[in-house]
Design a protein around this ligand. Structure first.
Ligand code: AMP
Length: 537
């Protein structure tokens, strides 16, 4: 047919070029290991990312070769995010909190050829370097000389010669990959195409999702090795937002200082980070002067409603979102629709505490055990299945895992949800975390979020424990706030008005901490191991 559009590939190279041409003076700020601040601009970033691409090609990188990174969030990691794909390579971010054995498996399974590693992380790399075949390029974050035997990142960039010419990339070529640190089985690799990342970036910056614009100063707390820091380095670069990186300093005090000092307007991370920050703010309500209305994307685990309310009191706005490594990761985001604006306050908060509406081009459905789609009635639970242009179609080199997709091409998320008639998705549990009591499902997530609304409770996780009569019953594992007290009876009474009686935790265990996954989420599998044969009274 006449009059159609050009065949123009959606690649990251366009984003890199555009950022260099349009946003040269915009800042890129990074916290270094010694806590000092390193300041660059997009002009520096543009020059250095291209130099990295050039140098990698000169060092023998070929189209489709994997370049691993073992890095905190900072300027050089951003350079790798764009420099590696610009060279025709595939950026493979490694989770630095994994056990060395897992890293060895992942590096070898992915077939990585190069590694860019922070000098402060060299001790970790040295535990696995003999079991891998990588050329390591070391970023001298501390300013100390790079030890012999490794390439120095700065010298590597300086060695780039001549004018860089982008390879002609097709949009469906791989730009990145990431392994999910699943709690069962071997880690699974997800490959991101240029096209998927570009479309995901468009969807992420929309006013009705994360609303990231050039006027933002964006700080990803979520690690750049976890689902591409939710794509923020890509989307923020696409729109030319200033970027602020926390480096290795992720404690509440350091983050609050950085929010204040760098006038951060947008940030993102898992709930455990925000619970710590909220507690710190509550203890010292006047200690920090943050940008009013700072947006905080919270995902990776459920954001308790009490946390959303708590931050509102400081004029800080939680945006609750759901996603997975397999979905690049943004899937759903919660904002109140205009026609719901008149809802009573409690109901409005309940909507904001859901995981939200699917982003454009993400299709969702909830499916029961028999494979039938369940109604969007806010009540019936089913497994969430999704599809869309940035949802993985398979795991890298794992044809045996195709069961994670249905015959008609939907990805089975393993999350159990209800969906409201208006389309809001609410995560009730992971399939493996649900509590099955007397044949009925109990949502552990609902219980723990309600518990975290109790003033004495800092953290709570609810797990299923075998029960002689009911098959399983919920056990609430609770961490109290410093100096606070609460008995099991008080907590049960606190929950009683909001839940059916049979949903209430059968028992409470008080602990000093809840084990975390490498991504900072509660590790419920470890809790289940900790309480294998709980003695019911
Ligand atoms: P990962 O791929 O490591 O980011 O883990 C993805 C999983 O995290 C999802 O399948 C959910 O179980 C969980 N998750 C992500 N976002 C949320 C959220 N907002 N609420 C509840 N669970 C979430």
């Amino acid at each position: 047919m006449n009059g159609t559009m050009m065949d123009y590939p959606l690649t990251l190279n366009h984003i890199l070029e555009r950022s260099g041409k349009l946003y040269g003076p915009v800042e890129i700020v990074s916290r270094l290991p010694d806590k000092s601040l390193h300041r660059h601009t997009y002009a520096d970033f543009y020059r250095r990312a291209r130099a990295l691409a050039q140098a990698l090609q000169q060092a023998g990188l070929e189209r489709g070769d994997r370049v691993a990174t073992l890095m905190w969030n900072h300027y050089a990691h951003l350079e790798a995010y764009f420099g590696v794909p610009a060279a025709g390579g595939v950026l493979h971010t490694l989770n630095l909190r994994l056990h060395p054995d897992d890293l060895v498996y992942i590096i070898n399974h992915a077939g990585d050829r190069f590694l860019i590693v922070d000098d402060v992380l060299l001790p970790l790399y040295q535990k696995l370097q003999d079991r891998t075949h990588l050329r390591a390029i070391v970023v001298p974050l501390t300013g100390r000389p790079v030890p012999p035997g490794y390439l120095d990142y700065e010298a590597f960039l300086a060695g780039a010669q001549g004018d860089f010419r982008y390879p002609e990339l097709a949009e469906d070529e791989a730009a990145g990959m990431c392994y999910t640190s699943g709690t069962t089985g071997k880690p699974k690799g997800v490959v991101y195409s240029h096209r998927a990342i570009v479309l995901h970036s468009f969807a992420s910056v929309m006013a009705d999702t994360l609303a990231i614009s050039q006027r933002d100063r964006a700080l990803p707390v979520v690690p750049m090795f976890h689902a591409n820091a939710w794509g923020l380095p890509f989307s923020a670069t696409m729109v030319g937002a200033a970027q602020v990186f926390p480096g290795p300093h992720l404690d509440p005090q350091s983050l609050l200082d950085l929010f204040q000092r760098e006038r951060v307007t947008f940030t993102a991370g898992v709930p455990t980070v925000w619970l710590g920050i909220l507690e710190t703010l509550q203890k010292q309500p006047h200690a920090w002067d943050l940008v009013p209305g700072m947006r905080m994307a919270v995902g990776g685990a459920a954001a308790p409603e009490s946390m959303i309310r708590g931050f509102d009191r400081f004029n800080l706005r939680v945006i609750h979102a759901w996603g997975m490594t397999e979905t690049t990761p943004l899937g759903t985001v919660s904002h109140l629709k205009s026609y719901l604006a008149g809802l009573p306050e409690d109901e409005a908060y309940a909507v904001r505490a859901t995981q939200g509406l699917p982003a454009p081009f993400v299709e969702v459905r909830a499916v029961d055990d028999a494979g039938a789609e369940v109604p969007w009635d806010a009540r019936t639970m089913g497994e969430l299945q999704v599809r869309g242009p940035w949802v993985a179609a398979e795991y890298y080199r794992q044809p045996d895992l195709l069961d994670n997709w249905t015959a008609d091409g939907w990805f089975r998320t393993g999350d159990v949800v209800t969906i409201k008639p208006e389309g809001y998705v609410k995560i009730m549990d992971r399939t493996k975390d649900l509590v099955k009591s007397g044949g009925e499902w109990i949502s552990s997530v609902d219980l723990e979020n309600a518990l975290m609304g109790h003033p004495a409770v800092r953290e709570a996780a609810v797990i299923a424990v075998p029960h002689p009569r009911w098959q399983e019953r919920p056990l609430a594992v609770v961490v109290l706030r410093e100096g606070a007290r609460a008995t099991a009876e008080e907590l049960r009474e606190f929950l009683a008005p909001s839940f059916a009686r049979w949903w209430l935790p059968e028992a409470f265990a008080f602990v000093t901490e809840i084990p975390r996954t490498s991504a900072g989420k509660f590790r419920k599998s470890a809790l289940r191991e900790q309480f294998p044969d709980w003695q019911w009274e």
